[in-house]
Write a new protein. Structure first.
Length: 320
């Protein structure tokens, strides 16, 4: 990543982090437990389980709409997208979302929920309040991770079996580019100012950095075994990446373009998210049924929080 651009990026990210701090009054994590068919709602103040909600079979993906106070869950086996009322902690709606719904991203401003259908080769668009279908975009093979640019104008889709990322204009549904990345791309994170995307490539043990202005790869950064998803720290310009097979989190300095730490976590980590103002990173561990809490400044593990069977939490799962 170019150092001049990176400096501007970090300044913008710090401003966004300040806004998040002002708005975050009730930090909660919504953790999908695939083996238990539940969602654990965890207080990030004291680590207690506020509620365990039964949902449709095989929950994996999660997204948060802070404006409308809703959480969204994909359940692959039952083909469903469900919505949870955050204030009452109840499941309020569900809809058929395709063959194998998985990745989710939410645009709170437009009230749109985007869901990747792994076996359908499409992304479906739903209304956040009603779950009525609002559109559909064709993608590549086995779409999984999704991410929106900050203005909501572009949707990035990781096409796992095509080894590329589709860039889709959300206004007209046109695919602007298919960008080659590493082998088996999965999770995608976009920097808050929208200049860069970070793509975890499960089978090539690397993260591809995409320049979203040029719409081409900028660099590739090595990580651990089977990287799955990532979370970005705007205060320090660091990317935290879950490595499934070696049960660790790689910490990348995106300015210096290098791995600066590798932190042992629970067994088979998948979903990851960050509470910026509290300086904590949360990692959902599929096989050890817990969340690892990492101090984002010291890069040390502080504690673990028990969840349910098969915690995946693929997507943004923290309410800000």
């Amino acid at each position: 990543m170019n150092r001049g651009v990176a400096a501007l990026t970090l300044c913008a990210l710090a401003s966004l982090a300040g806004l998040a701090q002002a708005d975050d009054a009730t930090p909660l994590a919504f953790i999908t437990n695939q083996g238990a068919d539940t969602v654990s709602v965890i207080s990030l103040v004291d680590g207690s389980t506020r509620k365990t909600l039964p949902v449709a079979d095989d929950p994996a993906g999660v997204g948060i709409d802070s404006r409308h106070r809703l959480a969204f869950i994909t359940s692959s086996k039952s083909h469903q997208l469900s919505s949870i009322d955050i204030d009452n902690l109840t499941v309020v709606n569900h809809v058929d979302a395709g063959i194998t719904p998985l990745g989710i991203t939410v645009d709170s401003r437009s009230g749109r929920v985007y869901v990747a259908d792994w076996d359908g080769g499409v992304v479906r668009v739903f209304d956040a309040m009603t779950l009525g279908k609002r559109g559909e975009y064709k993608t590549g093979a086995t779409p999984c991770g999704l991410a929106l640019t900050p203005d909501g104008g572009r949707l990035l889709v990781a096409n796992r079996d095509d080894n590329d990322v589709a860039v889709i204009d959300t206004v007209n549904g046109v695919t602007e580019a298919r960008i080659p990345v590493g082998k088996a791309p999965y999770g995608i994170t976009i920097s808050p100012e929208g200049h860069y995307a970070f793509v975890a490539n499960v089978q090539s043990d690397e993260v591809t950095v995409i320049d979203l202005q040029a719409l081409q790869p900028s660099t590739t950064l090595g990580v651990g075994d089977m990287p799955y998803a990532s979370a970005f720290d705007p205060m320090r310009g660091r990317l935290f990446v879950t490595n499934q097979s070696d049960s660790s989190v790689s910490v990348l300095d995106v300015v210096d373009e290098r791995e600066i730490a590798r932190i042992p976590v629970g067994d088979y980590p998948e979903g990851i998210d960050m509470q910026i103002e509290a300086r904590r990173v949360y990692v959902a561990n599929w096989m050890s049924n817990d969340i690892t809490v990492i101090n984002a400044d010291t890069l040390t593990v502080e504690t673990s929080i028990a969840t349910g069977d098969g915690s995946r939490a693929f997507g943004r799962f923290i309410l800000h």
